[in-house]
Ligand binder design. Structure first.
Ligand code: NAI
Ligand code: MG
Length: 496
């Protein structure tokens, strides 16, 4: 049997339980929906559509777990259980990677080599951080001392997108749990299966019931119920800018919960003619937009290229596109899978039409049907765009690269910063002065020089402007899930 057939058989054998996990139990809900795989166009699970009252139960359960178990547990114990969960992710890597690939379309080879090990690594990082982040004793006047502690905030609501279903959940859950909070996760309706399986593994790792509840459902019902809940202390979200703004409203309409938003981007990649290796720059530029089908918030979807090397660079990019193998996520040869669902494929298809009107199609440009699924979109490049073209301005979240030529450094920086977003940016140059100068001028949470979209667990990730605020990853992520508490102690400086 081929490797693909083996993996398909392994996937068929999985339980694929789509029921909510609330207070340590699977829950049947009266309303359910079908989870359609973009690989096949058929249902792979029946999933709970959690109601307002299911969310109430989940929040109440997380509150109990916070008060009576998790926030009062010793740090050593909490750490050991989080490490155990990380080990269980590793032990169940194949299952999690299969769920991820079939649920949202990414190549299994990426899920098993990047998403799953990354999730376990990040969980271990925050488990270790539990007893390494300490408070402060600031300078105060004689006769006083003040302790400044970072204390957990309570119940965290985490609303997760579908592009990295497991990893995005872990980016929120790991620092939140490490800091002593409990979490209610609302996974994306397109990709709920890995988060649900994670909640089962958490129970196996001896996280007390309620420490991690997972409530699948759609945005307007279940997502809004979490956002509007009066007993959720913090809401952390990754997704579109449009829905990010809704969470700010929900907070104002309810209990003024803290809100942290990691929203979209239209990240620029600036390639100057003095880049030392254009082959490498092209290889990275292609990866920065075509990896994960372009469904990456920090994808470098705008390529600003110096006019002198424009034609040469486009030719190099075409060579890179030719190496991409579009196909079924479980086929080991696949390097690009289908988009997450037909809705997203239609959304991207609309931009393909707009790009053809406003610019010149270099390669790709079509939606395809493969294996009975119409969720595939070819890797696509448009050039000769002006910066106000829709494809050059709006987040597409698909494998579509928009190229804009520039003539000077100042023009490149102005074009790059002419965006409502400010998540990431990349710069290619061999000139050290230019590298520092341009990196300093770009409005982006992360600037990558002579690489693209660089990130790691030790560095903060997040944006400026309408890409949101608050940082995931690094020890700074724990700041979102803790509050500063000051205790003053006055004492007599002389013995009476
Ligand atoms: P979305 O922002 O609607 O979905 C993200 C999460 O928010 C999901 O869990 C969803 O159920 C929830 N949600 C949706 N509507 C809600 C509401 N009214 N109240 C509360 N929660 C709600 O993203 P969607 O529709 O899946 O994708 C549309 C576009 O959003 C994409 O084409 C892309 O441009 C952008 N996006 C950006 C992501 C990022 O990582 N920055 C991730 C996913 C989407
Ligand atoms: Mg799905």
């Amino acid at each position: 049997m081929s490797k693909r057939a083996d993996l398909e058989q392994a996937f068929q054998a999985l339980a694929r339980d789509g029921r909510a996990v609330i207070d340590g139990q699977r829950r049947e809900t009266p309303t359910t929906f079908e989870d359609i795989s973009p690989a096949t166009g058929t249902s792979i699970a029946t999933v709970s559509q959690c109601s307002v009252s299911d969310v109430d139960d989940a929040v109440a359960s997380s509150r109990r777990a916070y008060d009576s178990a998790w926030s009062t547990m010793s740090s050593a114990d909490r750490k050991a259980r989080l490490h155990k969960l990380a080990d269980l992710i590793t032990a169940n890597a194949q299952e999690l990677a299969l769920l991820e690939a079939m649920d949202m379309g990414k190549p299994f080879s990426d899920a098993i080599s990047i998403d799953v090990p990354g999730s376990s690594y990040i969980l271990n990082f925050y488990a270790e951080a539990i007893d390494k982040v300490a408070g402060e004793i600031p300078v105060t006047d004689p006769g006083n001392t003040a302790l400044v502690q970072r204390v957990p905030l309570g119940v965290i609501g985490a609303v997760i997108p579908w592009n990295y279903p497991l990893e995005m959940a872990i980016w929120k859950i790991a620092p939140a749990l490490a800091a002593g909070n409990t979490v209610v996760v609302k996974p994306a309706e397109q990709s709920p299966l890995s988060a649900l399986r994670l909640a089962e593994l958490a129970l196996e790792a001896d996280l007390p019931p309620g420490v991690l509840n997972v409530v699948p459902g759609d945005g307007p019902t279940t997502g809004a119920a979490v956002g509007l809940h009066g007993d959720v202390d913090v809401l952390t979200f990754t997704g579109s800018t449009e829905i990010g703004k809704k969470f700010l409203e929900y907070s104002g309409q309810s209990n003024m919960k803290q809100v942290w938003l990691e929203c979209g981007g239209k990240s620029p990649n600036l390639v100057f003619a003095d880049a030392s290796n254009l082959n490498e720059a092209a290889e990275f530029a292609a990866r920065a937009i075509f990896f994960n089908q372009g469904e990456v918030c920090s994808a470098n979807s705008r390529l600003l290229v110096e006019r002198a090397i424009h034609d040469e660079f486009i030719a190099l990019l075409q060579k890179e596109v030719a190496k991409i193998s579009l196909g079924h996520p479980l086929d080991p040869a696949t390097t690009m899978g289908p988009l997450v669902d037909a809705t997203q494929a239609s959304r991207v298809e609309r931009y393909l039409g707009l790009g053809k009107q406003d610019g010149r199609l270099v390669t790709g440009g079509s939606r395809l049907s493969i294996d009975g699924s119409d969720c595939y979109v070819e890797p696509t490049i448009f050039t000769d765009l002006s910066s106000d073209a829709a494809v050059a301005r709006e987040e597409i979240f698909g494998p579509v690269l928009s190229v804009i030529p520039f003539d000077s450094e100042a023009e490149a920086v102005a074009l790059a910063n002419n965006s409502i977003y400010g998540l990431a940016a990349s710069v290619w140059t061999s000139n050290l002065d230019r590298a520092h100068r341009v990196a300093g001028l770009l409005h982006a949470g992360t600037v990558s020089v002579n690489t693209v979209d660089a990130l790691g667990v030790t560095t903060p990730f997040g944006g400026f402007k309408q890409s949101g605020f608050g940082r995931d990853l690094s020890l700074h992520a724990m700041e979102k899930f803790t509050g500063l508490k000051t205790t003053w102690i006055r004492f007599a400086t002389t013995q009476p």
